[in-house]
Design a protein around this ligand. Structure first.
Ligand SMILES: [Zn+2]
Length: 122
């Protein structure tokens, strides 16, 4: 399961890059295909011997149209639960369900709220 691989990768980032920090914030993009509870449990397990604390924060997905430049929030689109579930499991499905509200293009980029990031938190 890739939740565990991700947790390992984050631990490596912490130990190799940020070993002088003890508090971290983990940004979790709204659009990603991980099981959040599984990931949190895996990460807590990975880092429990490091004596650090973690804060989790969800990052709302923001989309920018490549044609007209309009920016909009994923939350504002009124997608059904089924559509959101499809996008959760296959983020690329967003191009099937989402169009720019202004120009109706599906040529857009998710500019925020994808993937997982970690940063020291003071
Ligand atoms: Zn547009």
């Amino acid at each position: 399961m890739h939740e565990f691989a991700l947790a390992k990768a984050l631990k490596q980032t912490i130990t190799s890059k940020y070993n002088d920090h003890s508090k971290f914030i983990v940004y979790i993009g709204q659009i990603q295909n991980i099981e959040l509870e599984v990931f949190k449990a895996a990460l807590s397990e990975e880092v429990h011997d490091l004596n650090i604390s973690l804060i989790f924060q969800e990052v709302p997905a923001k989309i920018r149209c490549n044609i007209c430049g309009y920016e909009f929030l994923y939350n504002s689109l009124g997608l059904s639960d089924d559509q959101q579930e499809d996008i959760h499991f296959l983020p690329e499905a967003i191009y099937v369900y989402v169009k720019c509200p202004k120009c109706k293009s599906n040529d857009f980029e998710v500019v925020e709220g994808r993937g997982i990031f970690i940063a020291p938190y003071n």
